[in-house]
Design a binder for this molecule. Structure first.
Ligand code: SF4
Length: 76
């Protein structure tokens, strides 16, 4: 299971980043916020490649597999 609270290697930046930068970058690369609002993203030459890499990165799954969870019947 991924640790979403710890620094981790980012395949888009090709270095270890902290969770705040991961979240902000994910928002930028998924077009939820403007790329220009995340200054670190300006250091990435190929943004389209970074978007593709980020979409496939397990850390981009903020639901962390919760789709697979069974919901207790009394919560339905
Ligand atoms: S989700 Fe995106 S920004 Fe976060 S580590 Fe993966 S590639 Fe990097």
């Amino acid at each position: 299971m991924l640790d979403y609270e710890s620094d981790h290697y980012c395949p888009a930046y090709k270095r270890v980043i902290d969770i705040d930068l991961c979240y902000d970058s994910l928002m930028g690369l998924s077009k939820s916020v403007k790329i220009s609002s995340v200054k670190e993203l300006s250091g990435i030459k190929d943004i389209e490649e970074a978007r593709r890499v980020c979409a496939e990165c397990p850390y981009s799954d903020l639901g962390a597999g919760m789709d697979d969870w069974e919901i207790a019947p009394d919560l339905l």
